[in-house]
Design a protein around this ligand. Structure first.
Ligand SMILES: Nc1ncnc2c1ncn2[C@@H]1O[C@H](COP(=O)(O)OP(=O)(O)O)[C@@H](O)[C@H]1O
Ligand SMILES: [Mg+2]
Length: 259
């Protein structure tokens, strides 16, 4: 792996018609970090994740992933780069017409990397990684609880053994217990697999438990990028509202900080 940042966004400008979403946004994420990306609703967090993986292209600036531009290299090299990240988007986490097992096998099959028997073993292994049983492979997504859907979607994101995992509001809609369990799971996967993680979240509990650094998206750019302590020391109005409202203060108190 190259020594530079895993994700490097420089001077990004994003426009949808008259809506200027990012304007001169710069962010560099190093290997092994868990970066929490926070910002108001509609501030452009999901769009930024889409830029990182090349689903959309900014109007200006540069995106580099694993030290390479998104359009660098041959088709084979670009496909190889796609295998190095896994994504858990907020919507459309699983294909509803496929079983859990078929969902997890999907990225493996698409790349033709395994026989049917190997696929079954790999699916069972990925399910075990997210603390699900092999029997869950035959269930349909509609038969799973919200927390299980997130786990299964995470198993699919991990199918190709990515170095980088992008999670868009992974605990949104989960109750506090399931949300805490999901946080523990991400932490242990990060530890075991040495992943770099970028996590969009509104949940101060999740962020305080996981993030090595917090990137704050406001005013169309990253206004603060640092540890929780460094972030709390900023007197930006969004930061004050986000962390020091009642919910934020309670969450920080639960994590034992003196903030
Ligand atoms: N494909 C699109 N076409 C037009 N506008 C879009 C599109 N995607 C996002 N937007 C707009 O860009 C802004 C940022 O959206 P998004 O990245 O989804 O925000 P967040 O994830 O922070 O809530 C919003 O104003 C949204 O309406
Ligand atoms: Mg979003």
């Amino acid at each position: 792996m190259s020594a530079g940042p895993v994700v490097a966004l420089h001077d990004i400008v994003t426009r949808f018609g008259a809506n200027l979403v990012h304007d001169g946004l710069t962010l560099e994420i190093q290997a092994g970090e868990i970066v929490a990306l926070v910002g108001g609703s509609g501030s452009g967090k999901t769009t930024l994740l889409r830029h990182i993986i090349g689903l959309t292209r900014p109007a200006g600036g540069t995106v580099r992933l694993f030290g390479e531009g998104l359009r660098d290299g041959t088709v084979h090299e670009r496909i190889a780069r796609q295998r190095r990240f896994g994504v858990l988007f907020q919507q459309g986490a699983l294909f509803s017409a496929l079983t859990v097992g078929e969902n997890i096998a999907f990225p493996l099959k698409e790349l033709g990397v395994a026989t049917d028997a190997e696929l079954r073993d790999l699916v069972a292994l990925k399910l075990a990684m997210v603390e699900m049983e092999p029997e869950h492979a035959s269930l349909m997504p509609a038969e799973l609880s919200g927390g299980m859907v997130k786990r299964a979607a995470l198993a699919r994101a991990l199918a190709l053994e990515p170095e980088l995992l992008l999670l868009d509001e992974p605990t949104a809609g989960l109750d506090p217990d399931r949300s805490a369990a999901f946080v523990r799971l991400i932490r242990s996967l990060h530890h075991e697999l040495g992943l770099t993680v970028v996590l969009v979240t509104h949940d101060v509990d999740t962020l305080a438990a996981l993030a090595t650094r917090i990137a704050v998206l406001a005013e169309r750019r990253i206004v603060s990028f640092g540890t929780l302590e460094e972030t709390l020391a900023q007197d930006h109005p969004f930061i004050q509202r986000f962390f020091l409202g009642e919910h934020g203060r309670n969450a920080l108190a639960r994590h034992g900080g003196n903030y």
